[in-house]
Design a protein around this ligand. Structure first.
Ligand SMILES: Nc1ncnc2c1ncn2[C@@H]1O[C@H](COP(=O)(O)OP(=O)(O)OP(=O)(O)O)[C@@H](O)[C@H]1O
Ligand SMILES: [Mg+2]
Length: 252
């Protein structure tokens, strides 16, 4: 069940309380998952393949319902970034970003201005009129990010957005995403397979067990933003990634 209420800055944007998800096929994807996401939180979830991470995100977005427990959303707008950029090939980068606002009837000038602003933010200035096939994989993911951010969401959900990118582009996208997070300060829930990506980006890392997924560790990450790329070579960074990896290893 999703409850929508008006946004108050001090209240959590997303609360899951004792959530279990059982599919009609009998598969139990999640069991007793509770989490709370406040404004300014960037929470990553890592866990073995098939443990229910995408299911968790779908429940948070309202695309699917919990079998038991509650999902409460207190956000005026939610952005969703899929693992695959899922762009419309016949629309330019800018018109892909404008699509949702177009469907909502936002006037043309207004939605163009907003699309341009967010395309600038993700580093695509000059590529607005290119079609998806004319863009690199990293640029397509930037368009997808821009599309999720154009409505200025106060809750942003990311399902392994950088999983298909090469290592160099991935590190660059991580740096850019945390810059955007610092500017926009949405509450972020970020799914990833990469322990170092989770630690680098987040204010907290949640570790999930193998299916049925439950949260087995909650590791706070202390650093302020912006975080320099060299943080990855820090001894404390290694300690934190070690903690997360150990929890993953024990519960896979
Ligand atoms: N619509 C569905 N109907 C039935 N079972 C489903 C459905 N969606 C997901 N599942 C099952 O729920 C479990 C969790 O799937 P989910 O996609 O959430 O895993 P995940 O943690 O995101 O995995 P990955 O890391 O590989 O993306 C899997 O066993 C999957 O088969
Ligand atoms: Mg998944």
């Amino acid at each position: 069940m999703i409850t929508l209420t008006t946004t108050a800055p001090s209240r959590p944007r997303l609360v899951l309380d004792g959530v279990t998800k059982r599919f009609p096929t009998g598969t139990v994807a999640l069991t007793d998952v509770s989490l709370s996401l406040n404004p300014g939180d960037f929470v990553s979830v890592v866990g073995p393949s098939g443990c229910g991470k995408s299911t968790l995100l779908r429940l948070a977005s309202g695309l699917d319902d919990a079998t038991s427990g509650t999902v409460g959303v207190d956000a005026t707008s939610t952005g969703y970034v899929f693992q695959d950029p899922t762009l419309l090939e016949w629309r330019t980068a800018a018109r892909n970003v404008e699509l949702v606002q177009e469907l909502r009837g936002v006037p043309r000038e207004e939605r163009r201005r907003r699309a341009q602003e967010v395309l600038d933010l993700v580093g695509l200035t000059g590529f607005e009129r290119q079609y998806p096939r004319q863009l690199s994989g990293g640029m397509r993911m930037r368009v997808s990010l821009a599309r999720a951010l154009v409505a200025e969401p106060d809750l942003a959900l990311f399902d392994e957005p950088f999983g298909a990118l090469d290592e160099i582009t991935r590190l660059q996208m991580q740096t850019e995403l945390q810059t955007i997070f610092r500017l926009r300060r949405f509450a972020g829930l970020f799914i990833t397979h990469s322990v170092s990506e989770a630690v680098y980006l987040s204010t907290r890392v949640l570790v999930m067990s193998g299916r049925p997924g439950r949260i087995v560790a909650d590791v706070p990450i202390p650093w302020e933003y912006p975080r320099p790329p060299s943080l990855r070579y820090d001894a404390e960074f290694a300690t934190l990634t070690g903690q997360v990896s150990d929890a993953l290893g024990e519960h896979s």
